[in-house]
Design a protein around this ligand. Structure first.
Ligand SMILES: NC(=O)c1ccc[n+]([C@@H]2O[C@H](COP(=O)([O-])OP(=O)(O)OC[C@H]3O[C@@H](n4cnc5c(N)ncnc54)[C@H](OP(=O)(O)O)[C@@H]3O)[C@@H](O)[C@H]2O)c1
Length: 229
C-alpha cells in the first residue's frame, strides 16, 4: 500500500484519481477548497477508511504552507499536483488581463513548485518517491497552436520547472514527471472531450505505479507514451 497526495480532488480528474487509487488499495490524502462543492469526496471519505481530506487553497503561500504543516511527519510515496485552472475566458491577441494571466501561473506553475519542494521531507521517507504534475499537451512547444496564451504558457512553464526539479532531485532518488492527462470530460475539458476522467485516471495511476528513475525528467501521456516537450 502506498500513500498518494492528490490536489484539487473534489471534481474532475482529481476526483477520478482518488477513486482509482482507492480501488487499487492505496491510502489517499486529497485536497479540496470548498466543502460545499466536495460532497462526493466527503461521501467517499465516509465510505473508505483509506481517504483523508484536507482543505487547502493552493494559490497562496499561506494555503500551501498550511497544507504542508498538516502533513508534517507523514510519509508520502506520490504527490500528484493536479489542481489547475484554464484561466480567463479571453486570452488571445485581442486581449488578456495581466492579473488573470498571473493568477493562472500562480496555481498551474508556482503552486506545484512550492508544494513539491516543501513536501520533500515527506517524500524522502518513501522507498520510491514520485512527483507527478498534471500538465497539458497545450503547453508543448512541439505543437503548433493558437490562443489560450495564459493556459499554454503556464503549462509550458511547469513542464520546465519539473524537468529542472527532476535533474536536481535525481541524486536523492526522487522521480519527477509532468503528464498530459488526455482531453478529458470534465468541467474544464467539456463533455465533447475524448475520454472520461475515469479512463484518464486509470491510465495515470497505472503508469505512476510502475514509474522508474529512468523515466524521470521526461513528459508523459496518460497512456504511458513519451510526449515531445
Ligand atoms: N480536462 C482536460 O481535458 C485537461 C487536459 C489537459 C490538462 N488538464 C489538467 O488536469 C488538471 C485537472 O483538470 P480538470 O479537467 O479535472 O479540471 P476541473 O474539473 O476544472 O477541476 C480543477 C480542480 O482544481 C481545483 N483548483 C483550482 N484552483 C485551485 C486553487 N487555487 N486551490 C486549490 N484547488 C484548486 C478545483 O477546485 P474547485 O472545485 O474548488 O474549483 C478542482 O478540484 C488541471 O491541472 C488541468 O490543467 C485537463
Amino acid at each position: 500500500m502506498e500513500t498518494y497526495l492528490i490536489t484539487g480532488a473534489n471534481r474532475g480528474i482529481g476526483f477520478a484519481l482518488v477513486q482509482q487509487c482507492l480501488a487499487n488499495g492505496h491510502r489517499v490524502i486529497a485536497t479540496y477548497r470548498d466543502k460545499a462543492s466536495a460532497n462526493a469526496l466527503f461521501e467517499l471519505a465516509f465510505e473508505s477508511g483509506l481517504l483523508t481530506l484536507v482543505q487547502a487553497e493552493l494559490d497562496t503561500e499561506a494555503g500551501i504552507e498550511g497544507l504542508v504543516g498538516e502533513l508534517a511527519g507523514q510519509a508520502l510515496d506520490v504527490l500528484i499536483n493536479n489542481a489547475g485552472i484554464m484561466g480567463p475566458d479571453q486570452q488571445d491577441l485581442d486581449g488578456l488581463d495581466s492579473a488573470a494571466w498571473l493568477a493562472t501561473f500562480t496555481i498551474n506553475t508556482v503552486a506545484p513548485f512550492h508544494l513539491s519542494r516543501l513536501l520533500l521531507p515527506n517524500l524522502l521517507q518513501s522507498a520510491r518517491p514520485r512527483i507527478i504534475t498534471i500538465s497539458s499537451q497545450m503547453g508543448s512547444l512541439a505543437r503548433q497552436s493558437t490562443g489560450s496564451y495564459a493556459y499554454r504558457s503556464s503549462k509550458a512553464a511547469v513542464n520546465k520547472v519539473m524537468q529542472v526539479m527532476a535533474t536536481e532531485l535525481a541524486d536523492q532518488g526522487v522521480i519527477v514527471c509532468p503528464m498530459h492527462p488526455g482531453w478529458v470530460q470534465t468541467d474544464m475539458g467539456g463533455m465533447e472531450a475524448d475520454i472520461s476522467a475515469q479512463q484518464s485516471a486509470a491510465g495515470i495511476v497505472h503508469f505512476v505505479q510502475s514509474l522508474s528513475m529512468a523515466q524521470s525528467g521526461r513528459f508523459w501521456t496518460w497512456q504511458g507514451e513519451e510526449h515531445p516537450w
